[in-house]
Write a protein of this length. Structure first.
Length: 330
């Protein structure tokens, strides 16, 4: 039976590091508030002119190198981002050009924090059916340019950072790789966390007045997001385990989307597992949305925290609301 597995991985964050104190110098917040409410200490912001497709290039090169492949070997690109360089076309085609791939297909996935797991699910289907052998799956975001870095935007803007993570998803006949994926959405909560503009439902898509009023920034009902996240994460992790007849005892590690350290700790508490089993690097990068899981996975592997044969779960929750999990045998 053909399965898909992650044969290469890598990440890249922009050079510029922004500390909590630097944010506190431009808005009414503090290092203490941000650390205690979110666990975030620093995040990276892209340079002017740097889009997610640019951040994706070094991440993708590292993933290809790790897989021992060249651009010629890649059959398809899946690019998860909600902050694509252009409103249209998506970032996948830009990456196809910047990496010098052949004229292969490039698909964007706009599923916010769940984008990487949704993308893995799509890659897995293409590989199981024998359509493709090697797929480049990227999660990359430049969110800093959309943030409201003033007092009014402080609840949202202290949370997010920029970055890119990549994985090569390859075919294998071995007993390893993606075991199952589980995808969900609940659009009734779309307005609780969204970037409402530009909107094709209005004319013009975005106006000078919209910008004047700050309506082009993302908006979030933090408490509502928190409440749903701490339920959906454990639920979708259990779904992955139960679908395969295993328990948390069989798991080496959970690699969740990095939203907030308090969400991560609550997920561990609800699953009755030690907090160390739920990986966290949010202190360094903040919430990088679709990039957070592949960045975290790259760091887990660099730190030697998982070995071949280990079961791991990737899990995400985010805007939509969307949530998703994937059980992998490494
Ligand atoms: N600095 C200082 N004070 C702030 C800041 C800030 N950056 N932001 C908000 N506050 C103030 C508020 O104005 C409010 O003041 P008030 O009490 O006078 O009205 C107060 O802090 C709110 O404090 P708490 O109730 O203690 O905040 P809470 O514990 O709800 O934490 C937070 C807020 C961190 C946003 C939390 O709700 C959260 O993490 N929600 C999830 C959000 C999230 O993860 N979003 C990411 C996208 S979705 C995803 O990735 C899963």
């Amino acid at each position: 039976m053909t399965r898909s597995y992650i044969s290469g991985w890598g990440f890249h964050v922009p050079e510029k590091v922004v500390t909590n104190d630097e944010l506190a110098a431009i808005m009414d917040t503090s290092d203490e508030w941000i650390r205690s409410r979110t666990g975030i200490q620093t995040r990276h912001f892209a340079a002017p002119g740097e889009g997610p497709s640019d951040l994706a290039v070094p991440a993708s090169k590292r993933a290809l190198q790790r897989a021992g492949l060249t651009v010629k070997d890649i059959d398809f690109i899946i690019f998860a981002t909600f902050t694509s360089d252009y409103y249209a076309p998506g970032a996948g085609v830009l990456l196809q050009h910047k990496m010098g791939f052949g004229n292969i297909g490039a698909m964007d996935i706009k599923m916010q924090c769940s984008g990487f797991v949704y993308g893995l699910s799509v890659a897995d289907q293409f590989i199981r059916t024998g359509t493709y052998k090697h797929i480049l799956l990227v999660g990359a975001e430049v969110q800093s340019t959309a943030l409201n870095l003033t007092d009014e935007g402080r609840e949202v803007s202290v949370l997010f950072g920029d970055g890119a993570g990549a994985a090569v998803v390859s075919a294998t006949e071995e007993d390893r790789g993606v075991i199952s994926t589980h995808l969900h959405s609940q659009g009734e909560f779309a307005k609780e966390l969204c970037a409402p503009l530009p909107s094709t439902a209005k004319q013009p898509w975005i106006s000078a007045e919209d910008i004047e009023q700050g309506r082009h920034h993302p908006i979030m009902n933090g408490r509502e997001v928190f409440r749903h996240a701490v339920n959906r994460f454990p639920e979708v992790i259990r779904e992955a385990l139960e679908a395969n007849g295993i328990t948390t005892q069989d798991l080496k590690m959970i690699i969740p989307h990095q939203a907030n350290i308090r969400i991560t700790l609550e997920v561990a508490r609800r699953l009755k597992i030690p907090p160390e089993m739920v990986f966290s690097n949010i202190h360094k990068y903040g919430n990088t949305t679709a990039a957070s899981i592949p960045i975290a996975l790259s760091e887990v592997l660099a730190e030697g925290l998982i070995e071949q044969g280990d079961y791991i779960v990737l899990a995400a929750f985010g805007a939509g609301f969307t949530w998703a999990s994937a059980l992998l045998k490494w």
